[in-house]
Ligand binder design. Structure first.
Ligand SMILES: *Cc1c(COP(=O)(O)O)cnc(C)c1O
Length: 372
């Protein structure tokens, strides 16, 4: 077993996927957003469970991510969320990925690649309703659709927009975005197969009007709530634990400093433990002298600066080399939640899990509800 790893609980992923699916009416399809290796949790494993739970498609950020899923054997529709440049298009066309296009995408190249491959390719129209990231503005949709008529190998499968503030308590701005989206849709050739999508996780939970006929949850698949000010909550389980093991113990004597810069000085003799995980693994360096870990079910503060590959903690007298260290998740009666770590690090849970890239994943299937 690796000394530091991310334990991903497939049972928790399945629980969350099921709760989300059950929260939506049957007639609303749901895809699983598995970009960035499923927010760090394993895209292949997550998507496999999602499809078993009635999800009909996947969404990824880039064509390379879609290619990886195709190469793993998935045949479901795969939506790419980020705009393609011409160099991405051959993979997109070759792997039958559903690409987004707006009025800044090189349509000549896309048409040419599709025609050479003898394919009509499916595309989505992202609409910029206020996020100001990608997409055509509602007032330009008519002209854009007119322009698309020149490209017979490009077929519009549907449209989507992205809400910037769906996780706020006040939904006025999000609802205004949905009004703008309706305006854009009114110019589109809508039939029963036309895909319309605007619900991210917060929309799924709190804004039924955003469901249309395809929902796109991401973060809630992995356990965190989109924010702590939402009207509704789903019963979700954190799907990962971050585990390492003590490699070294020693006594830090009164007045001695520990780690780079000597930023922590012992006020009295104390026992310390060294843990082989650091910022190169994606464990945030800003948790230096701020974060905590669990050893033997007890909270142990991180002392001194977190190094590239190791960190040091104030340990209890009972700690031994080889003891399990939990940096995120439960150990015994104690828990350090992903949300707690994100708050202490001054960021969002998404960034924490996505950053943990170097350590291996270990997939387990533990139903904690049944065990308790
Ligand atoms: C990442 C992303 C999502 C999922 O967002 P969550 O807040 O994680 O649910 C949905 N749609 C688009 C376009 C995205 O980029």
């Amino acid at each position: 077993m690796p000394v530091s790893y991310m334990e991903v609980n497939l049972s928790a992923l399945r629980h969350n996927l099921r709760v989300i699916r059950q929260h939506l009416p049957k007639e609303v399809e749901c895809l699983a957003v598995v970009k960035a290796n499923a927010y760090g949790h394993g895209a292949v494993e997550t998507l496999r469970i999602a499809l078993e739970e009635g999800y009909t498609a996947a969404a990824v950020a880039r064509v390379e991510e879609g290619q990886e899923l195709r190469d793993a054997g998935f045949t479901c529709p795969i939506y790419v969320l980020g705009l393609p440049l011409p160099e991405d298009m051959p993979i997109g066309v070759n792997k039958d990925l559903i690409l987004p296009i707006d009025d800044t995408v090189d349509l000549e190249s896309l048409e040419c690649i599709a025609a050479l491959s003898r394919k009509t390719i499916e595309v989505m129209l992202p609409i910029d309703t206020g996020m100001n990231r990608i997409g055509t503005h509602p007032e330009d949709v008519e002209a854009f659709l007119e322009k698309l008529k020149k490209y017979p190998h490009i077929h519009v499968k549907g449209t989507f927009t992205h809400m910037a503030t769906a996780d706020h308590k006040e939904k006025d701005a999000a609802l205004k975005q949905l009004d703008r989206f309706d305006e854009a849709i009114s110019h589109m050739p809508v039939n029963k197969d036309f895909v319309i999508s605007s619900a991210n996780s917060a929309g799924v939970i709190d804004i039924p009007r955003s469901w249309h006929n395809l929902a796109r949850p991401g973060i809630i698949i992995y356990g965190p709530q989109p924010s702590d000010v939402m009207t509704n909550k789903l019963d979700l389980q954190y799907a990962m634990r971050l585990i390492s093991h003590v490699t070294h113990i020693q006594t830090l004597h009164k007045g001695e400093a520990i780690g780079y810069g000597g930023t922590y000085v012992a006020e009295k003799d104390m026992k310390t433990a060294t843990v082989p995980i650091g910022y190169a693994d994606g464990f945030p360096r800003c948790l230096s002298n701020k974060g905590v870990v669990l050893i033997n079910g007890k909270r142990c503060p991180i002392i001194g600066r977190i190094c590239m590959d190791q960190l040091m903690v104030a340990a209890g007298e009972d700690v031994e080399p080889g003891d399990e260290v939990v940096l995120m998740g439960r150990q015994g009666e104690e828990e350090i939640s992903l949300d707690e770590v994100a708050v202490t690090a001054g960021t969002i849970p998404h960034e924490i899990t996505c950053d943990l890239k170097r350590i291996p994943r270990l997939f387990v299937d533990i139903d904690y509800d049944k065990n308790c």
